[in-house]
Design a protein around this ligand. Structure first.
Ligand SMILES: *Cc1c(COP(=O)(O)O)cnc(C)c1O
Length: 401
């Protein structure tokens, strides 16, 4: 396929492995082995059986009839929210923990922002009996109590990151530092399609199960493999790449990635990386990221902790630059409103992240015969406080439709 990483880990100008020398042996070990492991029969058997029997796949492709008639088109929701632990993140953590085992690792480290990746990692560590350390910004620990408690119950050690703004970027720095200090026996389980090569390729491949299922599910439901649009939200890009992967070469399928505009792209409180960012290096990868004139990374903002990252992965950056993927952005308020629309019409409370993808339904003029797949990357349990506080600020009828 045309959209493929090259041997050095680049997608056009983006990607690579911009890492300190001390991290090189670990990255090299993973790079030299991941394709072999992914191609191995026994690995694939174990991976599929855990995806099915443990995570609950295939996740349904749901024809949302009331939402469809509201927008006067045909909308299918890819229900990653129904996975074990409540999001698409579990697809990646199951795959990577099996790789860690095959590399003989006994200890897992990971970063987390909202705590979804931390929970998914702590879950698979409990499943396999591997030791688990999760780095999380001190501020995020305070903001995401329930997920911190889940990680602890699952047996993980949660270590607060005290540098910078004490959020995801800082947690990632701490996890990388840990890996450098513990070069033997430890595996770094990255949560999105970001970081040095081969992580972006590895995570995209593990999440590609999403689009593999969409193909046969859509065929079963509509008689056609191809929708007109696939829409997904973007933090680092893993659920979007997973949703797009098997459609990249099917040119007539429009692929739309939705970033978080936060309070608006001109407010200094935004996470719309492709609008506000330019090329630079973050967490071992050359990609598009938000930075000031000195090249210092600027703090992103979004109401949704899962989209609150100053970069996007290099694969998605390349797909955006080449025009294959269209980027859009949605504000906090538009996302909140879309979450209530879905809830009231379909009885599904989405996470704040995919509510950004849902909000696009009200901004693009679709044709009546269009078939649109929206990836519902996670469920809304973790976001109840934000939803209730929004509700309390509205006039009585404003959230009804
Ligand atoms: C983490 C997360 C995201 C953002 O991460 P991607 O790697 O861009 O997919 C989106 N939705 C949910 C529910 C998440 O937990």
């Amino acid at each position: 396929m045309k959209y493929k990483v090259n041997k050095k880990g680049f997608y056009g100008e983006f990607g690579g492995a911009w890492i300190p020398e001390m991290m090189y042996p670990n990255i090299k070990e993973l790079r030299d082995n991941y394709l072999k492991i992914l191609g191995n029969n026994e690995f694939n058997k174990t991976f599929s059986s855990l995806l099915n029997d443990y995570a609950g796949r295939p996740s349904p492709l749901y024809h949302a009839k009331r939402l469809s008639s509201f927008y006067n088109t045909n909308i299918f929701l890819k229900r990653e929210d129904l996975n074990h632990t409540g999001a698409h993140k579990i697809n990646n953590t199951i795959g990577q923990i099996l790789i860690a085992q095959r590399l003989g690792k006994t200890r897992i480290i990971a970063e987390t922002g909202a705590g979804q990746h931390g929970v998914a990692t702590a879950t698979v560590c409990a499943l396999t009996g591997l030791k688990c350390t999760i780095y999380m910004g001190k501020l995020d620990i305070e903001r995401q109590k329930p997920n911190v408690l889940r990680m602890k119950m699952l047996g993980a050690e949660v270590v607060p990151a005290l540098s910078g703004n004490m959020t995801l970027k800082d947690a990632t720095n701490e996890a990388m530092r840990d890996w450098i200090n513990n070069p033997i026996g430890t595996y770094y389980l990255i949560g999105s399609a970001v970081g040095p090569h081969p992580y972006p390729d590895l995570v995209a491949k593990l999440q590609s199960v999403i689009s593999r299922e969409i193909k046969w599910q859509l065929k079963e439901k509509t008689g056609k493999i191809d929708p007109d649009y696939i829409i997904a939200c973007v933090g680092g890009g893993s659920n979007a790449l997973g949703s797009f992967y098997h459609y990249l070469n099917r040119k007539h399928v429009k692929l739309v990635a939705v970033e978080a505009a936060g309070k608006g792209i001109d407010t200094n409180e935004s996470a719309a990386t492709t609008v506000l960012g330019r090329t630079g290096v973050i967490h071992g990868s050359k990609t598009v990221l938000m930075q000031n004139d000195d090249g210092q990374i600027t703090e992103p903002y979004s109401i949704s902790a899962g989209l609150d990252y100053p970069g996007i992965g290099p694969f998605l950056a390349y797909l955006g630059k080449s025009g294959r993927v269209i980027f859009e952005n949605i504000t906090d308020n538009e996302a909140l409103k879309a979450a209530f629309t879905l809830t009231h019409l379909e009885g599904i409370i989405p996470a704040l992240e995919p509510s950004h993808a849902l909000a696009l339904l009200g901004k693009v003029k679709f044709r009546k015969n269009d078939v649109i797949v929206v990836t519902l990357s996670g469920r809304g349990d973790k976001d109840m406080a934000a939803y209730i506080s929004y509700l309390e600020k509205q006039q009585p009828d404003e959230t009804r439709i």
